[in-house]
Design a protein. Sequence first.
Length: 307
Amino acid sequence: MRTVSARNLLDVDDVTRTELSALLDRAAAFKRDGATRSLLAGIPVLNLFFEASTRTATSFTLAEQRVGADIISFAPGTSSLGKGETIADTALTLHGIGVRVIVVRHPESGFARRLADAFEGHVINAGDGAHAHPTQALLDLMTLRDEFGGFDGLRVAIVGDIRHSRVARSNIVGMTMLGIDVTLVGPPTLLPAAMARAGVRVSRDLDAVLPEVDAVMMLRIQHERIDSSLLPALDDYTRNYQLNRSRLRALKAKSVILHPGPYNRGIELTDDALADPRSRYKAQVENGVFVRMAVLDHLVNGAAVPA
C-alpha cells in the first residue's frame, strides 16, 4: 500500500533524491519532445485555489491540458467548505464524483496535508501559507540544471523575506538534497539565524555574497503574511538587499538571476535586474509547465520513478 507521501506532492521531501532527479529528467523530456494527451486521458483533475494566482494556476492548467486530463476548476468561495463542511467531507464528496487529482493552494500552512490525509486520490500542493511550494522549487531546479548542466559545486543565494516564503523553504529542501551550497541573505526580522542548517548559511551582507554565487534568487516581501512589526524600514531594506545596477556588476558574468514572481519593481530588484541578460524569469515560467506535467504523470502513472 502506498503511503500518503507516495500518493501526493506536498513538499519536495515527499520524493527521494533519485526520484527528484528523475522528475527533472521527465520534465526535460517533455520540454524536448512534448507529451501525448493520452497520459492522463479521462482523469479528472480539480484545481482548487483559495488564493489568487496567475503563474501557478495558469501553468497547472496548461500542464493538465497537455497530458490530456479532464480539468475542473471552481471558486472555493462557492463550495460547501464555506458552509461549514469539513475537509474530510469535501474530500469524500470529490472522490465520490470521480475526482482523482486535486491541485490546491491555500493561505493556511498545513492545509494541503490535511486534505491529503482525507482524500483517496492524489494531492499536489500549489502553495500553502508560508510552508511549501514544491513545484516552484522543481521549476527553479530545472532552470538551474538547464543553465549549468548539473548541480555539482553550485552556489546559490536566496535573498529577502525568507521567514515568510514557502518558495524559499521548498527550494532549501530541494537544493540541499541535490548538494547545492545555499546562502540565505536578509535582515534578522525576515531571516532568523536559526534557519541555518547543514548546507545552508545565513548572511546579512549581500555585497559580500554576490561575487561568490552562481545564482541569486530574489524574493519579495510577503506583505500578506507578515506582522508589520517585522518590516524593516523600506529605505534600509533597499539599500542593503536590493539587486540593482551597482550590485549587478558584482555578479559573475555566468551567474543567473532567479525570481519566483510576482516581483516588486524598485524594492527587491530594479528594472536593470529584470532586463539583465542573466535574468531567467521567463525560463522559470516556461519550465513550470514541464515540471507540472512530470508531477502529474509521476503521481497518476508512476512515471519518472526508477525501478
